[in-house]
Design a protein around this ligand. Structure first.
Ligand code: NAD
Length: 416
């Protein structure tokens, strides 16, 4: 597959679909899902959540130019915010000049937490009982999910953390190609009964932690000096701002999640889990920090790196239930949750680099303006060809707001 498609944004809808179908070997049926613009029927939607009355649509776009670990990817992104996809493509195109992204991910280990109350100085006794029963407890946990075990996953270890009047048992589970929340929650509920029995203690919560510190993805890319020029230093300065100031770091990381969430949504993954994990990881050492870092290599090129927990699956959840998510996974062509984590980390880095590059040079508003102006035109009541005309005049006047849009619309309708 070749993702280095020139000017995909200038092509018409049918041509974009045709390129996608050829590159990703989509069937007629799969193309029809994309063409229908109605990707989810009521009965499927009604299986996914409660009280369904309709489905909610988001634009689905394809990010081009991505090369990750030597392989080209066309990356589906579902998002309502303009400029995010364009920014990802631009960053991927620049990174590609130096070989693209190099990404890696750990095993897919999730943490399940069981809260055990230790009233009456029973703490040490409970810890000893848990430790001596560890093998049996892991076997009991694995008995909950023979399918996961058959794929080489399952409960791997138990760790204990102490608090004032309770301890927390961490059950570490390799969830393989699943996101794993249901799998881990089921194991925790089962295990809690066993612990209650062997330790004669009161159990509190039994639930997954989204702070997935054992499920980390990293990506790195070089952005050549010959393209960036003085912006190499400007991006590093912009990163220093985020590294020093939590107010900036928050928005810095929000930009990273723009890309990660968009791919997560397109592939039917739980973006709230990713968000919770990422922001919690960002302040793991007590101070909220950027999830990326930048430096110069010996040749003066900019090198960027990202590291964060990525908890996503290619099975389970809605990844196979939602036909559009299933199709997006096919477009991506990922073969494992680990590979998907590498893609997400790379997209997060691309998104962050593009934002810093724009912010440190021309600012982000110019790039944002065209589509934003069109949105404002629609908000002011423009229809059909009026939308582009109103947007164009607002950008030329450097006054993009609803009042200006209304004035221009009046003029257009008067034939001015
Ligand atoms: P799941 O239970 O639908 O699927 C996972 C199961 O698929 C595994 O337990 C296993 O039995 C089976 N499986 C088949 N092939 C597999 C393979 N190759 N690798 C691994 N497992 C395989 O879903 P899940 O992934 O356990 O849970 C994800 C869902 O849980 C998401 O929809 C998420 O929104 C939701 N959820 C999240 C949270 C949270 O993040 N805090 C809490 C509760 C639920």
């Amino acid at each position: 597959m070749n993702s280095d498609i020139s000017k995909f944004y200038e092509k018409g809808w049918q041509e974009r679909l045709q390129i996608l179908a050829e590159e990703c070997k989509l069937s007629e049926e799969e193309l029809d899902i994309l063409k229908s613009l109605k990707p989810l029927d009521f009965s499927t939607a009604n299986l996914m959540i409660e009280n369904v009355v309709s489905v909610f649509a988001l634009p689905l776009a394809i990010a081009t130019h991505f090369k990750i670990n030597g392989r080209d990817y066309l990356i589906p992104m579902a998002i309502e915010e303009s400029s995010v996809v364009a920014a990802a493509c631009k960053a991927a195109k620049i990174a590609r000049l130096a070989g693209g992204f190099k990404a890696e991910a750990t095993e897919q280990i999730m943490i399940g937490q069981i809260q055990i109350f230790t009233k009456g100085n029973k703490e040490q006794e409970i810890i000893e009982k848990v430790n001596t029963s560890k093998k049996m407890l892991l076997e009991r946990a694995n008995a909950c999910d023979p399918v996961l075990v058959s794929f080489g996953g399952g409960a791997r270890d138990i760790k204990i953390r102490r608090f004032d009047d309770f301890i927390v048992l961490h059950l570490l589970v390799d969830v393989k190609d699943a996101m794993g929340a249901n799998a881990v929650n089921t194991m925790c509920e089962k295990l809690a009964l066993e612990i209650e029995r062997i330790c004669d203690c009161r159990i509190g919560l039994r639930i997954l932690s989204n702070l997935a510190v054992y499920r980390i993805a990293k990506a790195q890319a070089t952005f050549p000096k010959k393209i960036l020029g003085e912006a190499v230093d400007a991006v590093i300065d912009a990163w220093h701002f985020a590294n020093s100031d939590q107010f900036r770091a928050c928005t810095h990381n929000k930009g990273i999640m723009n890309g990660i969430d968009a791919v997560a949504i397109a592939t039917g993954n739980d973006f709230r889990a990713l968000e919770a994990g990422a922001h919690s990881y960002a302040c793991l050492n007590g101070k909220y920090k950027p999830l990326t870092r930048y430096w110069k290599d010996k040749q003066g090129n900019l090198v960027g790196e990202i590291e964060l927990p990525i908890q996503v699956g290619i099975v389970g959840g809605s990844t196979r239930v939602n036909p559009m998510a299933k199709l997006c996974l096919k477009i991506l062509g990922v073969k494992s949750a680990k590979e998907l984590a590498c893609v997400l980390a790379s997209v997060g880095l691309a998104q962050n680099f593009a934002a810093l590059y724009a912010l440190a040079t021309e600012g982000i508003q110019r790039g944002h303006m065209k589509l934003h102006a069109e949105n404002i035109a629609v908000q002011a009541g423009a229809k059909g060809a009026e939308i582009k005309e109103v947007a164009l005049r607002m950008v030329e006047m450097k006054s993009v707001n609803e009042a200006t849009a209304r004035e221009i619309l009046k003029e257009i309708r008067k034939g001015v």
